[in-house]
Design a protein around this ligand. Structure first.
Ligand code: AP5
Ligand code: ZN
Length: 216
């Protein structure tokens, strides 16, 4: 199974990708996670990406596409993958088509998680992430067992640097301008599945699984 998670920042792509990854036993590839790890490790690519991420801007296509192309060649993804946060521009989507074609692969579905602007703002405000392993929580909708502490590794939870309101507004604008055209791009290819992302996490998850089972 090869799936893309599409939707605005904060829609729940990462949350749902993690759950799907367990259900379908396929790996999640999150470009945001790849960049955050590179930033944390201060690699040259991380330093370049940070310039854009900290301003709420998309990282240039040529950087992102190279990383994804390398990742998709790895044998652990031969059986499938869930792309979370990629593609985000028409140019990235076209590059992905070429990469998949070259490797004799095709997509099964593009899950488009829909959430209103007010709903998104509430999610950013309440999101807390683990400083160490990157796991994501919400103080109201997905709280850790002990407040402020990661369930997985026991480390401290913090606010993601790009979740500050001014940066969030820029991320939403980037999404509107550069990513929304992908909805039409994948609708035309009969791959688009629209999911109401306003429901509780488990209900959104059930809707996604039901629609994917219908695709099998
Ligand atoms: P990335 O990490 O991909 O961020 P994003 O797309 O902005 O998405 P988020 O991680 O903010 O949200 P999400 O949809 O995964 O929601 P989540 O599950 O966490 O990218 C970060 C940056 O990296 C970009 O700004 C860009 O600079 C760069 N980048 C990455 N990919 C790139 C690319 N392809 N091209 C160029 N640049 C790229 O949920 C959010 C919160 O809500 C959590 O607290 C969660 O617990 C909660 N929640 C989730 N679902 C629900 C629900 N149903 N009900 C209530 N709460 C919920
Ligand atoms: Zn952790």
């Amino acid at each position: 199974m090869r799936i893309i998670m599409l939707g605005p920042p904060g829609a729940g792509k990462g949350t749902q990708a993690k759950k799907l990854s367990e259900e379908f036993n396929i790996l999640q590839v999150s470009t945001g996670d790849i960049f955050r790890k590179a930033v944390q490790e201060n690699t040259p690519m991380g330093m370049r990406a940070k310039e854009y991420m900290s301003k709420g801007l998309l990282v240039p296509d040529e950087i992102v596409v190279g990383i994804v192309e390398e990742r998709l060649k790895q044998p652990d993804l031969a059986e499938g993958f869930i792309l979370d946060g990629f593609p985000r521009t028409i140019s990235q989507a076209e590059s992905l088509e070429q990469i998949l074609h070259k490797n004799g692969m095709s997509l099964n579905a593009v899950i488009n998680i829909q959430v209103s602007r007010d709903g998104l703002i509430e999610r950013f405000t309440g999101r807390r992430v683990c400083k160490s392993c990157g796991a994501s929580y919400h103080i109201k909708y997905n709280p850790p067992k002990t407040p402020g502490i990661c369930d997985i590794c026991g480390k401290e939870l913090v606010i993601r640097p790009d979740d500050e309101l001014e940066t969030v507004k820029k991320r939403l604008k980037e999404y509107e301008q550069k990513t929304t055209p992908l909805i039409e791009f994948y609708r035309k290819r009969h791959l688009l599945i629209n999911i109401d992302g306003e429901k509780p996490i488990d209900e959104v998850y059930r809707d996604i699984v039901d629609s994917l089972r219908g695709e099998e």
